[in-house]
Design a protein around this ligand. Sequence first.
Ligand code: FAD
Length: 568
Amino acid sequence: MTENMTEIKNIANIDSHLDYQVIVIGAGLSGIYQIKRLADLGVRATVLEANADLGGTWYNNRYPGARFDSESYTYGYSFSQEVLDEWHWTEKHSPQPETLSYLNFVTDKFGLRKYMQFGCKVHSMVFNEDTNNWAIRLDDGRQLTARFVITAVGTLSTPTLPKFEGMASFKGASFHASNWPHEPLDLTGKRVAVIGAGATAIQLIPEVAKAAEQLTVFQRRPNWAAPLNNAPISESEMALIRERYDEIFDVCARSPGGFEHMPDSRSFYDVSPEQRRELWDRLYDEPGFAIWLQNFMEIFVDEKANAEISDYIAERIRRRVNDPVLAEKLIPKDHGFGVQRLPLETGYFETYNRSNVELVDSTETPIVRLTPNGIETSEASFEFDVIVYATGFDSFTGAFDKLNVQGTNGKQLRDKWAAGPVTYLGLMASGFPNFLMLMGPQTPAANFPRSAEMSVNWVTPFLEHMWAHGHQRFEVDDAAEAEWVEHVKDMYKGALLRNAKSFFTGYNSNIEGHEYGKTRYNIYNGGVPRYANMLSQMTNNDYEGIYFSKNKSHYTLDSEVNAATLEQ
Ligand SMILES: Cc1cc2nc3c(=O)[nH]c(=O)nc-3n(C[C@H](O)[C@H](O)[C@H](O)COP(=O)(O)OP(=O)(O)OC[C@H]3O[C@@H](n4cnc5c(N)ncnc54)[C@H](O)[C@@H]3O)c2cc1C
C-alpha cells in the first residue's frame, strides 16, 4: 500500500517555544482563519499541523476530479475585503489545485505561515487541573503546553479503509482517494479498480475512466447524484460577483445550508405535479446544490414528497444510462433523494456508457478478498494495476479520537463520545475545560466556511472576554450540554435523514460501533440561522451554560510540571 510520504519541507518552521496561550490544531480552512484572528490580537499562539503544508482537505484530496460542490465565491472567506477584491475564482466550482492556491494566497497575504508548524501531529493532550493548561504531546516526542486548545482537525480528515482479506498482498498501487499520490500518476494503459460509490467516487470515476485503459467500479450502495453544471467564471463575471459579495453572504447567512440556495417558499402540496416538474426540470440544469436546496422543504421531511422527487431523479438517471439494467443498479433503492449529502457530478452516469467501464454490484457478488494481482469476488477474479479506495471517512469524531484528549478526572473524550458526540453548541464539551472546537460535531455541516467563520467569530471574542476578566478556566455546565444534545436530537426527529446510512447519522460499515441503527447525532440539523441565533442568545445571556474561574494558578508555567503530567 502506498502512502503519501511527502517530505516535511517546512520542518524549519518549527518553533522553539514550548508554552503558548493558544494552540490551534489543524491548518485547514478553519485553522487558517483562527490563527489570523489570534495573530491580529498579538496572542502567543501556534498552529500544529500533521501534514507537510497547510490546506487540510484541499491539501490531501488530490484525486482527479476533486473540486467544490459549493459555489466557489460562497466558499471563500468573507472576513477580508482585500481578499474578496483580489481573488479571482476561475470556475463556478473550483478544482482542488485552485482552492489549495487560494488558501496559500490568504495565508501568505497575512503572513500567517510563521505561526504554523508542519509535520507536527498531536499524539495526545492532557488537561492539568493545577495549572489550567493543556499538556500536548506530539508524535515527534515534543511536549508543549497551552492555556487554550482550539481544534480545527476537520470533519472529513480521517480516511477509512475497508477490511478485506489480503489487502496488503496486492502488488500494484493502492491508496485511499484522500491519499492520492502527490506526484503525477499516469493511468494510461492501466487497469483501475475503484471501490466505493460515494461523493468522492462520483467525482473521480469520470476522470479515471477517461485516463485509464479499463475501469471497474465496485459498488455496494448507489448514491443519488445530480449534475454540478460547472462553468468558467470570466473576468467580467467575477467583477459582478465582487459587486454582489455583501448580498451573496447575506443570503448564505439566511439560508438553512449557508449556501446561495434558498428553499422554495411554496408548499409542495400547493403546487400542481406539472408545476413541480417544471421547477425540477429547471433546477436540474442549474449549478451546484440548486436541485437539492432550492427545492420544497417537504422533500426532507415528508415521505410522499420525497418519493416524488426520488422518482423524478431516477427518471433522469434512466435517460442518461444506455443499459436499463445498469441504470437500475445506479438508482438508490434504500434511501430517498436528498436525505444523504448529495454528491454532484459531471458526466458520472454517462461514464457507464463507455466501453472501458464496468460496474460490479457488490451486493450481488461481494468482494471476497484481495489477491497480489487484483480482486476476487464471489463470482470472478479481476486483475488490476491500481486500486483506489473511495471508502469515506471516520467523519466528525474520527480526528478527535486520534487526538487522545484527556480532560478532568482522567476522562477521555473518546469514551465520552463512544456512542456519538456530546457537545455544547458543537464548540465545547463538559469535562474538557479550555477546549474549543471549530467545525466540531453538532455544528451546522452546511457550506463549511460559513460555519467555520461563525465559529471563529465566536471563539475569538470569547477568549478576549476571558482575558479581559482575568479568567483562567472555563467549563461547560453538564445540564446545559445535555439540553443542547436533546435539542440536536430533536432536530433529527422529523427529518428523513435520521434513517439514512450516511455521515449525518454516523454510519460507516468499516468502523466498529458505527453500524446502522446506532445513530450518532453528528450534525446540527436546525439550519445556520437558527444555530447563529442560539449562539448569540447564549452569549448575550452572559455565556449561559459556561462557568468561568480565576482561582487557579496563572498562565506562566513550568514546562517540567507539564512534562510530569504527561508521564502519568
Ligand atoms: C473531497 C472533499 C470535498 C469537499 N467539498 C466541500 C464543498 O464543496 N463545500 C464545503 O463546504 N465543504 C466541502 N468539504 C468539506 C471540507 O472538509 C471543508 O470545506 C473544509 O475544508 C474543512 O476545513 P477544516 O479546516 O475545518 O478541516 P480540514 O480541512 O479537514 O483540516 C483539518 C486539518 O487538521 C489536521 N489534523 C487533524 N488531526 C491532527 C492532529 N492530531 N495533529 C495535527 N494536525 C491534525 C489535518 O491534517 C488537516 O490538515 C469537502 C471535503 C472533502 C473531503
